[in-house]
Design a protein around this ligand. Structure first.
Ligand SMILES: [Zn+2]
Length: 359
C-alpha cells in the first residue's frame, strides 16, 4: 500500500464516532483478519462504471442494492480479504459466457494492477498471508454460475494461472449444471445436479477450487455432497439458515452439518429477505441470530461473513455501508462472544478451510 493510500485511512477514534460504536470494537476488527466470503462490487463496476477505488456516500439508493463497498471504506473498517465474484449472464450463449468471463477476469486484473499494491489477487492461503503482510486487501477470484465454463474446452482448468478459487455451481436460474433454489424450481420434477453438474464438481475438485453450494436447490446440494471429494472442504458463501428463518434460499441443519463435516464454512448473508423474523430484530442483530444458530448446531468453527454487498441486496439499515464491520463486532461483544470466537467468525474459520484446500 502506498503512503497516500494509508493516509486516507481514518483513525479508530474517527471511525468509532462515525459508526457510533466503541473504539474497542474498531480496534478489535482491525486486529483480526476480516474476510467477506461474497462481494459483488464487480457488478456495479460493470453496469454503471462504479469506481471501487474512490470513497462513495450512500447515493440515491441509500445503500439499498448497490454502492456498499469501496477501497477507502474497506480500509476504514479493516476488511482484510474478500471473495470477489464475477456473475455469469445466463442470457449469453455458452461461447459468449466463457468469453465474457475471460474479459471480466482481465478487467479485474487491470483494477488490481492499477491499485498500486492496495489490492492483491491471491490463489492460496500462503499468498493470502503474504498479501496481508504487505498491507494489501486480498481478493479471491470467484464465479457465480458454473455455466460460465460451458464454453471452455477443459472447464474451469482453462482459467489462467489457477486464479479461480471458488465457483458457485448455479446462480438465480436453472442451467445445464442443475436447478437453482427458487420458489419456481420446486415445481420441477428433476431438481438435482445434471451429469454436467456432477462433472463440474469433479473438475473443481481436481483444480482444488471451492465448490460453493449457495443458490443450489436442496436436491442439487445433496448431489454435490455425494459427488464431492470428501477430503476437501465444502462451502456456502452467502446464505441464511432455515432454523431461524424458514426460506427456500436458506440452509437447514442437516445441510449445515454436511458442510461442517468436510471442515468447510458457511457465510451468513446480509440480505434482510433471508434473515427477517429473527426474534423480531430489524437491524444487524438478525445476522448474529443466524450465526448463533450455526454455532448452536455445529460449533463456532464453521461460520463466517458472506455479506453479498453490491449484489442488489438490501442489508439491514445499520449495515448499508461497507465500513460497518466494526458494528457487527460491537454486536458480537455485546453478546459476550469471546475474542477467540470473534476472530474465528470474522476470518480464521474461512482461512482454515482455505489452507486445507490450497495451502
Ligand atoms: Zn448470490
Amino acid at each position: 500500500m502506498t503512503a497516500g493510500q494509508m493516509a486516507e485511512r481514518q483513525a479508530p477514534k474517527e471511525v468509532a464516532a462515525r459508526l457510533g460504536v466503541s473504539e474497542a470494537a474498531v480496534e478489535l476488527t482491525r486486529r483480526c483478519e476480516v474476510v467477506d466470503l461474497h462481494l459483488d462490487t464487480f457488478i456495479p463496476m460493470r453496469l454503471f462504471g462504479y469506481d471501487p477505488m474512490r470513497r462513495h456516500g450512500q447515493g440515491i439508493l441509500r445503500g439499498r442494492h448497490f454502492g456498499h463497498m469501496d477501497l477507502p471504506r474497506m480500509q476504514d473498517a479493516g476488511l482484510s480479504g474478500g471473495m470477489w465474484s464475477i456473475t455469469t449472464n445466463p442470457l449469453r450463449t455458452a461461447a459468449g459466457r466463457w468469453r465474457a468471463f475471460t474479459e471480466n477476469v482481465a478487467r479485474l486484473v487491470e483494477v488490481v494492477d492499477a491499485s498500486e499494491g492496495a489490492l492483491a489477487l491471491v490463489r492460496s492461503h500462503a499468498e493470502y498471508r503474504a498479501a496481508r503482510a504487505r498491507g494489501a486487501h486480498a481478493i479471491m477470484l470467484s464465479v457465480q454460475g458454473g455455466n460460465a465454463f460451458d464454453g471452455a474446452p477443459n472447464g474451469p482448468a482453462d482459467v489462467p494461472d489457477r486464479l479461480l478459487t471458488r465457483v458457485t455451481l448455479v446462480h438465480l436460474t436453472n442451467s445445464r449444471v442443475g436447478a437453482a433454489s427458487t420458489p419456481v424450481s420446486y415445481l420441477r420434477r428433476r431438481r438435482g445436479l445434471s451429469e454436467a453438474g456432477r462433472r463440474l464438481v469433479t473438475q473443481l475438485n481436481e483444480e482444488r477450487i471451492f465448490v460453493d453450494l449457495a443458490h443450489v436447490h436442496p436436491d442439487g446440494f445433496w448431489d454435490a455432497v455425494e459427488a464431492h471429494d470428501k477430503s476437501q472442504p465444502l462451502i456456502d458463501t452467502h446464505t441464511g439458515v432455515s432454523g431461524v428463518t424458514p426460506h427456500w434460499r436458506n440452509l437447514d441443519d442437516r445441510q449445515l452439518k454436511a458442510i461442517a463435516d468436510t471442515g468447510g464454512v458457511v457465510g451468513i448473508i446480509y440480505s434482510v429477505h433471508f434473515l427477517k423474523g429473527a426474534h423480531g430484530h430489524r437491524d444487524g442483530q438478525m445476522i448474529l441470530e443466524h450465526m448463533q444458530h450455526v454455532i448452536d448446531v455445529v460449533g463456532e468453527d464453521f461460520v463466517a461473513i458472506g455479506s453479498d454487498y453490491d449484489g442488489a441486496i438490501i442489508p439491514p439499515p445499520d449495515l448499508r455501508s461497507g465500513d460497518s464491520y466494526p458494528r457487527m463486532v460491537q454486536y458480537m461483544l455485546q453478546r459476550g462472544w469471546s475474542e477467540a470466537r470473534i476472530q474465528k467468525v470474522l476470518g480464521e474459520n474461512f482461512l482454515r478451510a482455505f489452507a486445507l484446500l490450497r495451502p
